[in-house]
Design a protein. Structure first.
Length: 520
């Protein structure tokens, strides 16, 4: 049972757009970011109400719900401007966005009608005492003057939250004086330890300030909210598949236009790429505008792509068209997947009969990547997961029935814990990503979990049938190329002392509130 700060019971499925922002994932779904054990144990504790977050006495870093996942998405909205209402340092990560996305110009073979439009209010010490509302007013007017945007997104920070800045007051004051729609997003880093609270805060602002009541129903349009970690090629593949059954995707949020958000209420359906990323938006669109949705499965792997399409077919009465599409696609792609599986069989034979992969990252990848590994014929002794909440409970139960039990470590960018887990399980292949740490320094296989939206190369695809083959080929290729690992072994030292690896589990620094060590 989930309660708010006043002790009132929350309905996790209700989106209250009268509020300035959403509940946190801790409040509405018992979100945690620290767990070590069996996936079946995680599910059982969540079901019987005994799942609790563990406190770290030592923490290397954390994920900021303002910066790590949110600004990089909002900045890409093509006809909007973004204001980071914060000290200037909170806007520093925005400097990398052009590097992240610049490859898209080459991949698309044409210039994009897009540039980055963002400002910071540069809150200082005096503003913390006297307030920074004047700076916010100026920033909004300056964004209007410079960029003539259709919308201005105002992202709050720890500092603006701590001083209790009346962002809505400024928005209401200026709403009739600027042409742009003003969209405050309450993503203060101190609000929540669960990064996905930032997603919910973003969708709350979209639902409250941008989505318009439908003037018609666009029966051929499907809302697809896709993660930054799915590439441009994934968008191409999803659009290709939907186009073959007379449907078109409304991709949001990256590289969307404001109109794409405004018309989401007219869609025939909201379909997921990541279930937990899409959750808040999907529920809000159904609640406010009767747009149906589903959250699982996602189109990752051959089997899940089949079921993703079948679910769309059932909900939109296109069963015959979908079955014909699946037959056509499987005839083309399944032989390619069979060839990849035979490649892994050879690797397993040379490896003594087994090949173990440690992967996953967010909750969405936990329930999609693990069955994909099984499609490739490899096993998963342990999966990493940034955080976990009860919104995904039934899907994890379904996963366990499908692939069996496995170990899981819930961990938000604690590199020492990841390195410990890598040494403990010593799998044949580790998939990692930025901020996951030093697990790449090893004598066995290592490659990335995913690319980013800005990677336009075809072999970086992950979604749909083409993505399953591309990702499988990429992983198989990684088993044959050890150049990166050999270079790291030769030229870098280990960042952790040997005593750390000798501890019984990676939660050595977890304590109970009374100081006693806690077995997680």
């Amino acid at each position: 049972m989930t309660k708010d700060f006043d002790g009132d019971v929350l309905d996790p499925n209700y989106i209250n757009l009268a509020d300035n922002t959403c509940p946190t994932r801790e409040q509405r779904a018992n979100g945690i970011n620290a767990f070590n054990g069996k996936a079946s144990e995680l599910v059982e504790k969540a079901k019987n109400g005994t799942l609790r977050n563990c406190e770290r006495d030592f923490q290397q870093n954390s994920g900021c719900i303002l910066n790590f996942y949110l600004t990089v998405r909002v900045a890409t909205i093509r006809d909007a401007a973004m204001i980071i209402h914060a000290p200037v340092g909170c806007s520093a990560p925005a400097a990398i966005y052009r590097e992240v996305f610049r490859r898209l110009y080459t991949a698309m073979n044409k210039p994009m009608d897009f540039d980055f439009h963002w400002l910071t209010t540069n809150i200082g010490e005096k503003d913390v005492i006297y307030g920074a509302a004047d700076k916010l007013r100026f920033a909004i007017e300056e964004a209007e003057r410079r960029y003539s945007p259709q919308a201005i997104f105002i992202l709050t920070s720890c500092t603006s939250g701590i001083i209790g800045e009346d962002v809505e007051g400024v928005v209401n004051e200026l709403a009739g004086k600027v042409k742009a729609s003003l969209v405050p997003i309450h993503c203060e880093g101190i609000r929540s330890r669960i990064i996905q609270t930032g997603y919910d805060a973003f969708w709350h602002g979209i639902l409250k300030y941008l989505v318009k009541p439908p003037t018609k129903r666009q029966d051929d349009m499907i809302n697809v909210a896709s993660m930054l970690s799915y590439t441009w090629q994934d968008r191409v593949e999803i659009a290709r598949l939907l186009g073959k059954i007379g449907l078109r995707p409304n991709f949001i949020p990256e590289f969307a236009k404001v109109e794409d958000f405004e018309t989401m209420s007219e869609a025939a359906l909201t379909a997921p790429v990541c279930p937990t990323y899409t959750d808040y938006l999907s529920r809000g669109l159904e609640q406010e505008y009767k747009v149906p949705y589903f959250l699982y499965p996602s189109p990752i792997g051959i089997a899940n792509t089949d079921e993703w399409l079948r679910t769309i077919g059932r909900m939109l009465h296109k069963e015959k068209e979908v079955e014909a599409l699946i037959l056509e696609e499987r005839a083309h792609w399944v032989p390619k997947m069979d060839a990849i599986r035979r490649g892994f069989d050879k690797v397993k034979e040379a490896n003594g009969g087994d090949f173990q992969v440690m992967g996953s990252l967010g909750q969405g990848r936990l329930v999609t990547q693990t069955p994909f590994f099984h499609e490739l014929g490899v096993t998963t002794p342990v999966a990493l997961c940034q955080d976990f909440d009860e919104l995904l409970l039934e899907d994890v139960e379904h996963l366990l029935k499908r692939v069996g039990d496995f170990d899981i470590i819930v961990n938000t960018f604690q590199a020492a814990e990841v390195a410990h887990t890598a040494r403990k399980y010593n799998p044949d292949m580790i998939l990692s990503c930025p901020f996951q740490g030093s697990a790449y320094k090893r004598e066995k296989g290592m490659t990335r979990i995913h690319a980013l939206r800005g990677d336009g190369r075809k072999w970086s695809a992950q979604a749909g049938y083409a993505g399953a083959v591309a990702c499988g080929s990429f992983l198989l290729q990684a088993t044959h190329n050890m150049a990166f690992q050999n270079t790291m072994l030769a030229k870098t030292g280990d960042p952790y002392k040997e005593w750390w690896y000798q501890q019984p589990d990676p939660y050595f620094f977890h304590k109970k509130s009374d100081g006693r060590e806690e077995a997680v």
